[in-house]
Write a protein that binds this ligand. Structure first.
Ligand SMILES: Cc1cc2nc3c(=O)[nH]c(=O)nc-3n(C[C@H](O)[C@H](O)[C@H](O)COP(=O)(O)OP(=O)(O)OC[C@H]3O[C@@H](n4cnc5c(N)ncnc54)[C@H](O)[C@@H]3O)c2cc1C
Length: 375
């Protein structure tokens, strides 16, 4: 990808330093203590990561989507969970900065851009994932505002986020047309954070659940009205599919680098592993597939920056990149012998992350369905 501006390149250099000096040294601690990466927020804020797509006039960097995609790839090369967590907080910041009406933007933006709190976007529920129209979180009109009740699950950052964009049904039987989005604050007695077992295989991502029981919202907390909310959600999800694909590329790039170094040092049958032709071919193959995925991601990202309809390209990029990562991370892991399974190595983390990537923001099957309808 070549269309970065000088200030975007400078931002990415700072993000690279953040990754090397602030993220990588803490990863082991996050995983051994099953901790979210929320204590990276203030350092992430300092490099501008939490205001990347916020307009310059609101204190943001006004960066392009291609820049975000490069950032996603870079962060995920270290850890998919860190990348997802920080970018999901940023997404809420960017969404608030684009609101034409609604709750006072500046107080939310101040608290989020400074890294004081994390944020999340909550669509999925225990009974509804791919089938968004089936969500059972309801918003009932009440005294000029709304009462929200329901449970959200498998939400990135929900373990400790302060602010949430919650999608809820406003009209029984209306399907996606009745869904609206609300900006809520977890500091409320009618908000209950749930931490069900099993949602933490990638602790850095802070995946969690919460329940709302007659949670009172003022009318301006409805930030996207019925009719508009689903359309806007799909626009964001299309973009997310592209940066998730880029994250998969970042993870494979990391594995190639680790395997390449290992092949120089590890000897078998009197020579370094990388002198065995059969051993080297796996790396060559990974490079070929990585190049193809990277090209698809670049094409789709460019289309977003040009304001084009990237639905199909985003779906293709995500399907190919997630499948490529599942395949190649496993192949590359194997080239390390038993060492590939060591928790000191990134393979097991990246492998699990590739699986998660194939579900978040539209599962592979849902994307295949989208493409096949076009056919
Ligand atoms: C790590 C992680 C983080 C997540 N973060 C968030 C978040 O921040 N916010 C949020 O709202 N959600 C989040 N999700 C939820 C994610 O969006 C859902 O997992 C996804 O939409 C799939 O829904 P489901 O898990 O309920 O699977 P289901 O919808 O129950 O599907 C189960 C399986 O059936 C397949 N399937 C479903 N429908 C069809 C069909 N019509 N044809 C063929 N196959 C089908 C699916 O592809 C899947 O393989 C996250 C999930 C994970 C794993």
């Amino acid at each position: 990808m070549t269309e970065l501006t000088a200030s975007e390149s400078a931002f990415l250099s700072k993000a690279e330093a953040f990754l090397q000096f602030k993220v990588k040294p803490k990863l082991e601690q996050f995983y051994s203590k099953q901790k979210t990466c929320s204590d990276l927020l203030s350092d992430a804020a300092k490099v501008g990561l939490l205001r990347l797509e916020v307009p310059v006039e609101l204190g943001g960097l006004g960066a392009s989507f291609i820049c975000k995609v490069e950032l996603a790839k870079m962060l995920a090369s270290a850890d998919f969970g860190v990348a997802m967590s920080l970018i999901n907080t940023h997404n809420v910041v960017a969404q608030i900065s684009n609101l034409e009406k609604g709750p006072s933007r500046s107080s939310y933006l101040g608290q989020l851009m400074s890294g004081r709190f994390s944020a999340c976007t909550a669509i999925t529920e225990p009974g509804a994932g791919s089938d968004v129209a089936a969500i059972q979180t309801f918003a009932v009109a009440h005294e000029g505002g709304w009462l929200l009740s329901g449970t959200k699950s498998w939400i990135v950052n929900a373990r400790d986020a302060r602010f949430m964009v919650v999608y809820a049904q406003t009209k029984l039987g209306a399907g996606v047309k009745g869904i609206a989005a609300f900006l809520i604050d977890a500091e409320d007695a009618n908000f209950v954070r749930l931490t069900p077992e099993g949602q933490g295989p990638i602790p850095t991502m802070g995946v969690g659940s919460f329940a709302l029981s007659n949670y009172q919202c003022s009318s301006d907390q409805m930030i996207l009205e019925p009719g508009l909310a689903f359309k806007e959600m799909m626009i964001s999800i299309n973009a997310a599919r592209i940066y998730v694909a880029a994250m998969c590329c970042g993870m494979v790039e990391d594995c190639i680098e680790v395997v390449r170094n290992y092949g120089n040092d590890r000897h078998a049958f009197g020579m370094p592993l990388n002198q065995h032709q059969g051993w080297r071919w796996t790396i060559a193959n990974a490079r070929v597939e990585l190049a193809a995925a990277t090209a698809l991601v670049a094409q789709a990202a460019k289309l977003i920056d040009c304001g084009g309809d990237a639905q199909i390209l985003a779906a293709k990029a995500k399907i190919f990149a997630t499948q490529m990562a599942s395949r190649q991370v496993a192949e590359l892991m194997h080239k390390m012998g038993a060492e590939g399974l060591s928790t000191d190595q990134p393979f097991a983390r990246h492998l699990l992350a590739a699986q998660a990537a194939s579900l978040v923001d539209g599962s592979t099957e849902i994307l295949l369905e989208r493409i096949s309808r076009g056919v």
